[in-house]
Design a protein around this ligand. Structure first.
Ligand SMILES: Cc1cc2nc3c(=O)[nH]c(=O)nc-3n(C[C@H](O)[C@H](O)[C@H](O)COP(=O)(O)OP(=O)(O)OC[C@H]3O[C@@H](n4cnc5c(N)ncnc54)[C@H](O)[C@@H]3O)c2cc1C
Length: 413
């Protein structure tokens, strides 16, 4: 066994939360700090974010509004955002020479370059501050006595000793990037409660054939509802060869994944949410007038994307060979009803392998929200996705990492 010197701080996990914690802590250059990751490089998941461009945060300076964008843990973040919210995050990067720009959907990205620049930014600064990097090393055991950690053991038999520890090992999703959730069992043995872990921001599967056939079709300005609930979401979704994906599907998936444990889930698609059923019926009437001598199937081309017409006609059960003027009032009213309520049965999801984040994690009741300090272990802090917090798409999850990483890095001593 090879035993290290005693570090002032040991950070486990070199993702965005761990790197932010390390950078803040190492501003005090007198401290001896080590940062450990099982990968050869830090920030492997960070490199994938925002399709490789890194959607760093969201343009929302009001932290009271900001907290509404988290399924779990929004309230817990309130204090953190008031200390280091979106504005402070933008200033943090800008003051260190990394400019950001806001794009469509109020998403912030680096003004130039991509996610590699963010990872390089952190690595360079951490090196400048003499943080010791321990890479390709998996933490397999944590040794504690009297509710205080004194060392951790690595898969290569090294023992790393420390006075304080920050755990920022992420959740269980996208395990190919290194965050496979293996640390959760270790933390349970230390006395921490882990709330149930489920995939969140995850694509959904269905057996519905017409959806699979239209793989690649993006539907904009639609509403998706979970039947039997008040849950609904407006925006853009994508039909795929396995089912449904795209922003609104990912953002509502957390709830659906949990409901799937109780049985099947039906979602209802409203293709024309801006119109009431009556208004849509009138709109159909106008289109039918315009195309009155055409085949019925050619009467919907002003209203729907072309390849969606056939499945809608199938679902409507109206004889497609009818001329438009032969469609009855009742059939037209039923068509309006259908366009506002196309039901699709969801039978599953793509799991942790492809989930953007994990729902569940370290029970927030056991963490001090102002400092990220464990209430169970006296010299332990948490940051990032390991906590039971998950946000919507749009930069919210990384913002949570910057905020909690900042708090852990600032308060550990
Ligand atoms: C494809 C994709 C795109 C995304 N895009 C965005 C986006 O644009 N904007 C956004 O806000 N969010 C995005 N996210 C979510 C965001 O990437 C995560 O919320 C964020 O990376 C979590 O950061 P973290 O530091 O908590 O954990 P991670 O980034 O998961 O880092 C944890 C690190 O700990 C290491 N580790 C784990 N266990 C151990 C162990 N036992 N020993 C040693 N090391 C260990 C891992 O190797 C890993 O490097 C995206 C996620 C994915 C998968």
């Amino acid at each position: 066994m090879n035993t290290s010197p005693i570090y002032d701080l040991v950070i486990i996990g070199g993702g965005p939360a761990g790197m932010m914690a390390g950078l803040i802590a190492s501003q005090n250059t007198k401290l001896k700090i080590a940062m450990i990751d099982r990968n050869k490089t830090f920030g492997r998941k960070l490199l994938l974010t925002g399709k490789g461009r890194c959607n760093i945060t969201h343009h929302e300076f009001d932290f009271k509004k900001m907290i509404n964008n988290y399924n779990q843990g929004g309230k817990f973040l309130y204090s953190g955002f008031s200390q280091f919210g979106v504005k402070e995050t933008l200033d943090f990067f800008k003051q260190r020479g990394l400019n950001l720009k806001v794009e469509r959907g109020n998403r912030y990205f680096p003004s130039e370059g991509d996610s590699h620049d963010i990872v390089n930014f952190f690595e360079t600064k951490l090196k400048e501050n003499n943080v010791v990097f321990i890479k390709s090393s998996n933490v397999v055991k944590i040794n504690a006595k009297n509710k205080k950690i004194y060392s951790i053991e690595l898969s290569d038999d090294r023992i790393i000793q420390g006075k304080n520890f920050i755990i920022a090992t992420g959740g269980k999703s996208y395990p190919i990037t290194g965050s496979n959730g293996s640390i959760f069992n270790v933390l349970k043995r230390l006395g921490h409660n882990i709330t149930p872990l489920t995939p969140a921001l995850v694509p959904l599967t269905t057996q519905t054939e017409w959806i699979k056939k239209l793989s690649g079709l993006a539907l904009k300005n639609v509403t998706l509802k979970i039947k039997g609930t008040k849950q609904s979401i407006f925006g853009e979704m994508l039909l795929t060869h396995f089912g449904l994906s795209g922003p609104i599907v990912l953002n509502i998936s957390n709830d659906i994944v949990k409901r799937l444990e109780q049985g099947k889930v039906i979602v209802s698609l409203d293709l024309k949410p801006a119109l009431t059923e009556q208004e849509l019926n009138l709109r159909l009437q106008k289109d039918f007038e315009k195309y009155r001598n055409h085949d019925f199937k050619n009467s919907l081309k002003d209203l729907l994307p072309l390849n969606l017409i056939e499945p809608v006609l199938d679902l409507s059960k109206i004889n497609v060979h009818k001329k438009v003027h032969q469609v009855t009032k009742e059939e037209r009213a039923n068509l309006a009803k259908l366009l506002k309520n196309i039901e699709v049965e969801i039978n599953g999801h793509l799991g942790f392998e492809t989930a953007i984040v994990t729902s569940g994690g370290i029970d927030l009741k056991e963490v001090d929200q102002k400092t990220m300090k464990s209430k169970i272990i006296s010299n332990l802090y948490f940051a990032g996705e390991i906590l039971d917090i998950d946000g919507k798409t749009g930069g919210y999850n990384l913002q949570m990492c910057w905020t909690t990483g900042y708090l852990a890095g600032k308060n550990f001593i």
